[in-house]
Design a protein around this ligand. Structure first.
Ligand code: CMC
Length: 438
């Protein structure tokens, strides 16, 4: 492969060694990050596909929303660094930024927040939908079902070709997701559903719906609300990760937004992705004591053992996860503010982090703590049950999903997503009748 740059656009040349033929492909520049090789004409010109399981070297779309430089530990939303947003902004402002492209002016902010507030309730019939689930259902199972079912309730926002309907669906999803997640929790513990309170902030209202009961007043702690808001910001979007790519792929066929976000929730659930926050807590509980850490580090390094150190490693970040840095700080702040001293799981987590970061296995592979390593400890300190952790991630990520989905639908280059494959199965053979099969 050679790179050609001259007066005309940059390109790369590949030579097919079997035929000696050379092919030229354009190099496309972004505003930041490495240039990409435009291989759209590859099959037509060469008769070959690319092979890239896990899309480790494949750009699937053009996007203006989020930028990550994994080597430098940089995460920008619409150009703004994540640590500045976490420090100075609030979740709904970040939602405006992601969805609409800019930080809102004061009047835009008020209008946006009002718009979200109008959609926090769910159709009353959804109440009955919950009752079909077992009480011990995992909240993510309930979320997949209820969010998918929204398309059966909101028929006036299903036309993906109408930008206004797309925006209404986006507002509904951002606004209703906390209600849906809080109700999944209430249903599991057998308490009455708590309706949204629109005089509260997004984070306050979410905590209210989770922890209030009809029998006594519930005052939302400002410390918890602040921590929740920061956690929502830190999880709001993350470029073309598995669940976002799932939303885009599902949406590329023209599927309705509620169905697409339900698909995203399903993808997020896996322990390699959003399910890691729950898995970290389960792992820390399983390790239990500091003197057992070496045993689990050894298991994580053993290729014959499927165990991995949960909350460690990232496909893109090979330096550190900037969200984890803010999350670690937030974790200490929350525990201090709540007066939680000597939290054994935090001490265990910090010791695990220290040992892993000194171990050549983790150092060589650039495996650092990711965002999920600390979020579980904060959630636990806030009194949130472990099984709800990933549902909280889904609440936060909804804005990222709908922003990326809107961007995809408005992209003139958008096509149905349809990867190809390297087939290694049987070659053509004749059908053998049942009686003749040995
Ligand atoms: N513990 C032990 N070994 C690991 C770990 C881990 N957590 N993560 C990666 N490795 C090893 C892996 O075995 C491989 O070793 P080798 O080169 O000897 O075969 C090497 O590191 C590269 O790993 P990989 O699986 O090729 O990397 P990936 O980019 O495909 O996977 C990951 C990224 C996040 C899925 C993986 O690091 C992992 O499973 N981590 C634990 C789960 C986790 O914390 N997920 C949350 C990610 S951040 C939030 C989110 O995206 O939702």
């Amino acid at each position: 492969m050679s790179v050609n740059s001259g007066a005309s656009k940059e390109s790369v040349t590949f030579t097919d060694n079997s035929t000696g033929k050379s092919f030229n492909f354009p190099l496309l520049p972004g505003t930041m990050g490495p240039k990409v090789i435009d291989t759209r004409a590859l099959y037509g010109e060469t008769g070959h596909f690319t092979y890239d399981p896990g899309y480790t070297s494949t750009g699937s779309c053009e996007s203006k929303i989020t930028f990550i430089d994994g080597d430098k530990g940089v995460l920008l939303h619409r150009g703004y660094p994540i640590d500045q947003l976490a420090e100075h902004s609030d979740h709904l402002e970040v939602c405006h930024l992601l969805l609409k492209g800019e930080l809102p002016t004061a009047s835009e902010k008020e209008k946006f927040e009002d718009g979200i507030r109008r959609h926090t309730m769910v159709h009353e019939q959804i109440n009955y939908f919950y009752r079909g689930f077992r009480r011990d259902a995992h909240p993510m199972a309930v979320m997949c079902g209820v969010v998918g079912a929204l398309s059966a309730f909101y028929h006036d926002s299903l036309d993906i070709n109408d930008p206004q309907q797309r925006m209404i669906a986006s507002f509904r999803l951002i606004a209703k997701m906390p209600t849906i997640a809080a109700w999944a929790y209430k249903y599991a513990i057998g308490q009455p559903f708590i309706y949204p309170r629109n005089d509260l902030s997004f984070a306050e209202n979410f905590l209210h719906m989770m922890f209030a009961t009809p029998c006594e007043p519930y005052n939302v702690s400002p410390v918890l609300a602040k921590a929740m808001d920061r956690i929502l910001i830190l999880h709001a979007d993350h470029e073309q990760n598995a669940s976002t790519s799932t939303v885009r792929l599902a949406g590329s066929s023209g599927a309705n937004p509620y169905a697409c976000i339900a698909a995203g929730i399903a993808s997020l659930w896996g322990p390699a992705h959003g399910g890691a926050n729950e898995a970290v807590l389960t792992m820390l509980t399983q390790i239990g004591r500091k003197d057992r850490i070496p045993e689990f580090i050894a298991k994580a390094k053993d290729k014959n053992d499927p165990f991995r150190l949960m909350g460690f490693g990232h496909r893109v970040y090979k330096n550190y996860d900037p969200r984890a840095t803010v999350m670690q700080k937030t974790c200490h702040e929350v525990l201090d503010d709540l007066g939680v001293r000597d939290e054994p799981l935090l001490e265990l987590a910090m010791e695990l982090e220290r040992i892993a970061l000194e171990d050549p296995y983790f150092v060589e592979r650039k495996l650092y703590p990711n965002v999920d390593f600390y979020s579980g400890i904060i959630f636990r300190a806030m009194g949130i049950p472990v099984s709800l952790f990933t549902a909280l991630f889904a609440v936060a990520r909804t804005v990222g999903w709908v922003s990326q989905w809107n961007e995809m639908i408005s992209d003139p280059e958008q096509k149905i997503g349809r990867p190809r494959q390297l087939y290694t199965g049987a070659t053509p053979r004749d059908y053998v009748p049942l009686h003749a099969r040995g």
